[in-house]
Design a protein around this ligand. Structure first.
Ligand SMILES: [Zn+2]
Length: 202
C-alpha cells in the first residue's frame, strides 16, 4: 500500500535509462553506409570502443565485452524512401526485428539491441507528468519570446509572427498549464486520501 508521499510525482519507473549505456546511432553510421561496403569506423563512449564495418544491407559490430572477450554481431540495415524524396537508413533490432534509429549495448546483455529489448527508457519517460507538461509549456512560452517564469503574463505578439500563430500558441500554453494544474490537483487529492487513510487506520 502506498503511504503518504507515494503519489504520481514519486512513482517513477526503475528501468535503466538509455543514456546510461553506449548507443550506436544511425546518424553516425549512415555516412559510412552511403559510401558503400567495406567502410570501417570506431566509436568510443561509456567505457566501450566499438568498431563497425559496413556491408550491403548490414553492418558488423565488434566490441570488447566486460569479460574481455571480443563480441561480434551482424545487424541488418534497411533503407526506406522518405516521403519528400531521398531515403534514410534504419537498424533492424536483431531480437525483435523492428526498425530503430539507435541500438544499445548493456552490461547484462553485451549485444546491441533496441531499447525495448534491453528494457531501457528515455529520460523523459521517467519524468513525472507535471514536469512533462511544464517543460512543454516552457517550450511554447519561449516561442512567444517570453521567459520561463510562468506567473508572468503571456508576452505580447512578437514582431513578424502571424496573429493566428500567436493565438494558437497562447491557447496551447494555457491548455498545458491547465493540464498541469489539473495534475497538481489530482496529486494533492491522492495525498489527502492517503493521509485520511493513515489517520483512520494508524
Ligand atoms: Zn528489439
Amino acid at each position: 500500500m502506498g503511504g503518504f508521499g507515494s503519489g504520481c510525482w514519486e512513482r517513477q519507473t526503475r528501468k535503466p535509462l538509455t543514456e546510461e549505456f553506449f548507443a550506436l546511432s544511425i546518424r553516425d553510421t549512415a555516412p559510412f553506409l552511403r559510401r558503400g561496403r567495406g567502410q570501417y569506423f570506431l566509436l568510443r563512449g561509456k567505457g566501450l570502443t566499438v568498431g563497425v564495418v559496413t556491408f550491403t544491407g548490414a553492418i558488423s559490430i565488434s566490441h570488447q565485452a566486460k569479460d574481455g572477450q571480443i563480441k561480434t554481431q551482424n545487424v541488418s540495415i534497411v533503407q526506406v524512401p522518405c516521403r519528400f524524396g531521398g531515403s534514410r537508413f534504419w537498424f533492424v533490432c536483431p531480437t525483435c526485428l523492428r526498425r530503430y534509429e539507435s541500438l544499445y549495448s548493456c552490461q547484462d546483455v553485451p549485444l546491441f539491441r533496441c531499447r525495448v529489448c534491453h528494457n531501457l527508457v528515455y529520460p523523459v519517460q521517467r519524468e513525472p507528468e507535471r514536469l512533462t507538461l511544464l517543460r512543454a509549456a516552457h517550450k511554447v512560452r519561449s516561442r512567444l519570446g517570453g521567459d520561463t517564469e510562468m506567473e508572468t503574463p503571456i508576452p505580447s505578439k512578437p514582431r513578424g509572427m502571424h496573429q493566428s500563430t500567436y493565438s494558437c500558441l497562447s491557447l496551447k500554453e494555457h491548455e498545458l498549464l491547465a493540464k498541469m494544474w489539473d495534475a497538481d490537483w489530482h496529486w494533492l487529492e491522492k495525498q489527502m486520501n492517503s493521509l485520511r487513510r493513515l489517520i483512520a487506520h494508524p
